[in-house]
Design a binder for this molecule. Structure first.
Ligand code: CA
Length: 685
């Protein structure tokens, strides 16, 4: 604060013309010249803004007003707001350019990256900021060496292209994510009170530098993926104090600058619905002042689009907050461009193969569901992080010198266990929207095509997984056509398939097993269907998922009522229901069903049980009563929650007309618990 105040005084002095030359005005500086971050401030008396104006826009892209012809299909998103954030994180761009990377548009013409992004419809840039990503000798840790000065330069270039800037403070000297939230070196031994003032001061100073470079800062993230904490602080109340201090600093700068700047909190793992809603609730309980609840959403890690959408909607509804996808991406290839393995080798989400078309569709679908949720928009993460060269040996010196790899060897003192060990190149080149040579892929244009879509040749993206179940002894019936994912999802027509005779013949319909059946689709694609030949199960309602329980008999001999049918998927082996037992008193019950069999012969019986705390004298077993014969599985030992134990009895000899009963007996200590699920009784032929 004090330093900032002195700085402002010096700048006022400079502007009043008394103490030196007037600093260069970034608005009038020639395009491409780099202002010195933090050296420019226009301050006048009164309440006028104390920062430089936003750099003048020097490049304007022309965006489509109708569907364009293209080689990939993009489905338009109806009623997408004009200001929907079509963002791109390009934090490594300066390190990339310094490493000799040249960006080309789709036509192959060498151009400034921001020109290409603007033409593709990108309207917002995100940049991460590390406090001090350098070792004692000034060597960069890598990952773009993203310090305040680089953020300021990137922010100015964005503004010159009419794009706003999202500043992503990691409050760390290097990568901060759910696994790591190391304090910056300078804050490592600070007490919480001192960290609180440090985070406020750093936020203010950094923001002034970035604004004074001419950036149009629209939002500021106070921490990156802070699921576990922030800058080495993990205690909930302390984390909330730090967030509040950081937020207050953003508010002060915004007011001082006369700008509207949104405060963003940023978490990941939205697939954990409960935890995500709890985070929003915690922020509310502590009264943290923020505007936007931001999440990372990578569809290969973070659950379904629908779930992401419903969680964001719920946060908006409950707490009146805006939401935003701060990070997303998808691979266009499973190849690696620089002999440094990639974070995500293959996307693996059904319907999204590793292709340029699928990358565009995935990004469009993230935007679609974000818009459905009422979110502000999306940021594609590091879409321009391409290899600096193709081979590891020739790249290593470049990564070390310019920090264009994910980490350099110089990070060893700061992050000895991960970056310091496994440093190297780009782990994201297969998720960039530029090919390995830096040429824009058609998928980059997805941003400008979100409004009106494209007209493109119909293309099969992937075949739907085909899974068939067949009862034992039944003839195998394979479908004549298979379903596919088209690039245009409004087309649903199946594709004819010729099943391979030898592969079909290998399926023994009399042996319960899982088989792969090969075929060739009409378009020449080789496909494999999964065929599961299943035993005919003579147990009725074997998994307790049907409401009718009349076939089951429960005989409870314990001292308390210990059983019920419980609806809880996590405690069931399949479906939602399982037969549950628990009592504070001694448990002793028998669960039994009389079977109706078509004929005598050899049979087998199976049941699955999980549970614990049943005591060392527990007696739990599967049994089959067959006339006057009794078959038993022997004792089943329970070993904890979701540790399913399978009890099986083979070679049960059933004579014609015999009464056959299957059941489980449980004798257990008080407070024993468990569930029983998925009985089977089938013929062994
Ligand atoms: Ca790579």
């Amino acid at each position: 604060m004090i330093r900032k105040f002195l700085w402002t005084v010096l700048c006022i002095c400079a502007f009043l013309g008394g103490c030196g030359e007037k600093p260069a005005d970034p608005q009038t500086a020639a395009p491409g010249t780099e202002p010195q971050a933090g050296t420019v401030a226009s301050v006048s008396e009164g309440n006028a803004p104390a920062v430089s104006p936003v750099a003048a826009q020097s490049y304007t892209a022309v965006l489509p007003e109708a569907a364009e012809e293209a080689e990939i299909f993009v489905e338009a998103i109806p009623a997408l707001p004009e200001d929907f954030i079509r963002g791109m994180d390009v934090s490594t761009v300066i390190a990339e350019e310094e490493s000799g990377v040249v960006y080309r548009d789709a036509a192959g013409t060498e151009r400034d990256l921001f020109d290409i992004l603007a033409d593709a419809g990108v309207n917002y840039i995100r940049v991460r900021v590390w406090n001090d990503p350098y070792d004692a000798e000034g060597h960069g840790y890598g990952g773009g060496n993203c310090d305040v000065e680089k953020a300021a330069r990137i922010g100015r270039r964005a503004a010159e292209h009419g794009m706003k800037l999202a500043v992503d403070f990691h409050y760390s000297d290097f990568w901060a994510d759910p696994g790591k939230q190391y304090a910056p070196k300078a804050w490592a031994r600070k007490r919480i009170e001192d960290k609180e003032s440090a985070i406020g001061e750093f936020t203010e100073e950094a923001l002034y530098s970035i604004l004074n470079a001419g950036a149009d800062v629209g939002m500021v993230q106070i921490g990156n993926e802070i699921n576990k904490g922030v800058c080495g602080t993990y205690e909930e109340a302390d984390v909330m104090r730090l967030l509040s201090a950081a937020s207050a600093a953003v508010r002060r700068v915004a007011e001082d600058a006369g700008r509207e700047i949104g405060v963003v909190v940023h978490y990941t793992s939205v697939d954990d619905t409960e935890a995500t809603l709890r985070r929003a609730k915690t922020l509310e309980e502590y009264g943290v002042d923020y505007d936007i609840f931001g999440i990372s959403y990578y569809s290969y890690w973070h659950g379904s689009f629908e779930n992401m959408c419903s969680v964001l909607k719920e946060i908006s509804r409950l707490y009146g907050k805006k939401t935003c996808i701060m990070e997303t991406a998808y691979p266009y290839t499973s190849e690696d461009g620089d002999e440094n393995g990639n974070s995500v080798g293959s996307g693996g989400v059904e319907g999204y193969p590793d292709s340029v078309q699928a990358q565009a569709k995935n990004c469009r679908d993230v935007a679609y569901y974000a818009n459905e949720a009422g979110a502000l928009g999306i940021f594609y993460w590091e879409g321009a992080w391409v290899p600096v060269g193709s081979s590891r040996s020739s790249n290593e010196a470049v990564w070390e010198q310019h920090g264009s790899g994910w980490a350099s060897s110089y990070s060893v003192d700061y992050d000895p266990r991960d970056a310091g060990q496994y440093y190297g190149g780009c782990a994201w080149d297969n998720q960039a929207m530029f090919d390995f040579s830096g040429r824009a892929l058609p998928s980059l244009n997805v941003f400008k095509w979100l409004y009106h879509g494209t007209k493109a040749p119909l293309q099969v993206m992937a075949f739907k997984e085909l899974y068939l179940e067949s009862g034992i002894g039944e003839p195998l019936e394979m479908p004549e056509t298979v379903e596919v994912y088209y690039n245009d999802p409004s087309v649903t027509e199946g594709i004819k398939v010729e099943w391979d005779a030898a592969s079909l013949a290998a399926v023994d319909v009399n042996a319960a097993d899982t088989y792969g059946v090969k075929g060739i689709a009409a378009d020449g694609t080789e496909i494999t269907a999964t065929v599961k030949v299943m035993n005919i199960n003579y147990v009725k309602n074997p998994g307790f998922d049907e409401a009718d329980m009349s076939m089951w008999k429960v005989e409870d001999n314990g001292s308390g009522n210990s059983t019920d049918v419980q609806k809880k998927a996590a405690d069931a082996l399949s479906g939602e229901n399982a037969f549950h037992f628990y009592s504070t008193e001694v448990i002793d019950f028998k669960l039994e069903q009389e079977l109706s069999l078509p004929a005598g012969g050899e049979y087998a019986a199976v049941v699955n049980i999980q549970g614990g705390d049943v005591g060392s004298d527990a007696q739990i077993c599967l049994y089959v009563e067959c006339g006057n014969k009794l078959y038993s599985s022997g004792p089943v030992k329970l070993s904890g929650w979701q540790q399913w134990q399978k009890a099986k009895i083979d070679n049960i000899a059933v004579s014609e007309g015999e009464t056959v009963k299957i059941g489980v007996t449980v004798k257990a200590a008080a407070k024993g618990w468990g569930t029983i699920d998925d009985f089977e009784f089938y013929s062994l032929k």
